[in-house]
Design a protein around this ligand. Sequence first.
Ligand code: SAM
Length: 317
Amino acid sequence: MAKVDYLRLSVTSDCNLNCLYCRPRTEAFFHISPLSYKEMLEIVKVLAGSGIRKLRITGGEPLLREDIADLIGMLSGIRELEDISMTTNGVFLKKAARSLKKAGLSRINISLDTLRKDRYKDITGEDCLIKVFQGIEEALRAGLLPVKLNVVVMKGINEDEVLDFIKFASHKKIITRFIELFSTNKAYQFMKYFVPNSYIKEKIEMAFGPLEEVDGVKGSGPARYFKVNPPQPRRWDRVGVIGFIDSATSDFCHNCSRIRMSCDGRLYQCLFSSQFLSVQDLLRSPVESFQKFIAEKKYYTRDTIKRESFEMSMRGG
Ligand code: SAM
């Protein structure tokens, strides 16, 4: 079992987008009152004292929290933390990128499922793809590196954009990561659009040549990274590093080093576990309660995983 040293911290359950598989439009919007930055800081300090070294800020949409750079600034003062990153939809990134970098954010992942304006609106419910492109440019300029794109490929919706993503990202020296759609309570009805990463890999190999796994990409987690090998003249410099997160077709729980915290201070062992440690219990006896919590962390396989009813945004998506 991997040592638990990575926390995904949801700073809000709110989101400005309404992506098909994450927050179906038929559902009522579900808002949770988040902890204050001071409370979050106190909890992360306690967790850093118990071995957390890497932190990812997520949500909901983290850039919806006012003055989020202030939180990053406070967190980056925690001596034990080696890496602070963020996952965002990028819509508000243009304005925020520089202050985030200045405050101590090291790198950023941007979720983007299409490069086409009309599709972006169909998938997310909002017409703001151009803002995401501007956010990407600003993140690169600000040095939030590596910039990674999180792409969920769906049958009949965006599967024809796989090679466009490779070209777009390679040209900008961005890492593309294909995340398999996984079944949650909300995504359940969208599983008919599921595309396995093996299909995407095949499509890329047919276009650019064989892929070979590479090590050493910062913040690897459950992602596996590949490069085209052998490098192909004329094509090589256009194809950058490509990541695959086989969320639905691989067992990677045994290698999981992460825990998650919801914006209201519930510490979850896993996205798929409903058991949580409350902030009150954690702060009452930090060492004992955290050690017990980690010792009880469950490691699933594809057959034993429990697709329980939960919202990504509530558990630190
Ligand atoms: N708002 C931020 C964003 O858009 O990146 C952070 C939260 S969002 C829930 C984090 C990531 O989870 C996104 O990349 C999204 O595509 C992914 N995601 C949500 N539900 C998913 C599902 N059922 N299967 C695969 N990925 C999912």
